[in-house]
Design a protein around this ligand. Structure first.
Ligand SMILES: NC(=O)c1ccc[n+]([C@@H]2O[C@H](COP(=O)([O-])OP(=O)(O)OC[C@H]3O[C@@H](n4cnc5c(N)ncnc54)[C@H](OP(=O)(O)O)[C@@H]3O)[C@@H](O)[C@H]2O)c1
Length: 281
């Protein structure tokens, strides 16, 4: 039987690059979908959807910046319709746990008539090292709202491993997996963990959502990112469902979810949180 061809959208991103690595180690045929790939793919230009889907059998979909933003539903709908016309057989969608807006996009995948798996992830551990929370940690001052929220952060290694399983094996068809870590932490607790692992003081300052949004508006951020961060804090983190710890990682991978404490140790050892200190030296 012919080996399937895999398209990994966002294949150089936080989860996508790990999915690409694992599939390549398994000697699978992999194509990266991104603006800088050899066949450029841009969510904002639907004319790029057809060429990248040509000849593909199974597709991992990560939408940038987030399935909740205006325009995501139309873009995902168009991609799915072109994927069908090109003979794609299976879709695996990365979605956000507790994100009601993202569920509209999930519906498009579930009603496509193709095989599918929905992978709903909680907040990534790597938001502190590869995303918008890296800079405050490097600067040593983390000012955030919702100080009391307890988040079961999920490691992108686990998300990628689950996605690879779903892409490879039929038993995951028509399933919705909800991925979380196995321990919950508030933002002040995260700062304490990072402080003790790096040996630097990472100060936590509680602010209101209004204060946080005001500060973001003074920064040079694209409008959609400021909107998205406000949405994530006001609608997603406040969703009580997001405090619930699930066992789906262990169910799919037959091993426990990776620990957030260990993520902090490994990331501290990588030096990424000491960038400023290194620059001064
Ligand atoms: N962060 C969280 O805590 C969290 C939690 C749950 C769900 N999610 C979901 O995760 C998804 C993002 O996945 P991720 O974090 O793995 O990816 P990511 O790291 O945010 O994405 C970066 C990748 O996307 C590509 N990219 C960026 N803009 C693009 C565009 N306009 N068109 C095509 N490709 C583009 C980049 O390559 P180029 O620069 O070459 O284009 C790169 O390959 C979002 O939909 C979000 O809702 C995130």
């Amino acid at each position: 039987m012919k080996k399937p061809n895999y398209l990994i959208i966002g294949g150089t991103g936080k989860t996508g690059r790990k999915v690409v690595n694992s599939l390549e180690l398994l000697n699978q045929n992999v194509r990266v979908g991104s603006r800088s790939a050899s066949i450029p793919f841009d969510w904002n230009q639907s004319a790029t959807y057809g060429p990248v889907l040509e000849g593909m059998d199974r597709v991992y979909i990560t939408y940038q910046p987030d399935l909740a933003v205006p325009g995501a539903f139309d873009a995902v709908s168009e991609l799915v319709s072109i994927a069908k016309s090109k003979g794609v057989s299976k879709l695996v969608l990365l979605s956000g746990k507790g994100e009601v807006e993202a569920e509209r996009c999930e519906q498009v995948i579930m009603e496509s008539g193709l095989d599918y798996t929905i992978v709903r992830a909680n907040w990534f551990s790597q938001n502190f090292s590869e995303n918008f929370l890296l800079e405050p940690v490097v600067q040593g001052v983390v000012a955030l709202p919702m100080a009391e929220m307890k988040v079961p952060y999920v490691d992108t290694d686990d998300i990628a491993d689950v996605v690879v399983e779903c892409l490879l094996h039929e038993e995951h068809n028509k399933k919705i997996y909800q991925l979380t870590g196995n321990e919950r932490f508030t933002f002040p607790e995260v700062c304490e963990l990072i402080s003790s692992a790096t040996g630097r003081e990472i100060k936590f300052i509680p602010v209101t959502l209004e204060e946080y949004v005001q500060v973001m508006k003074t920064m040079d951020l694209p409008e959609i990112y400021a909107w998205l961060i406000e949405y994530l804090f006001s609608h997603v983190l406040t969703n009580p469902d997001n405090e619930i710890i699930t066992q789906d990682i262990e169910m799919v991978l037959k091993r426990p979810a990776k620990s957030f404490r260990n993520y902090v140790k490994l990331t501290a050892a990588s030096g990424v949180w000491n960038q400023a200190v290194h620059l001064e030296n």
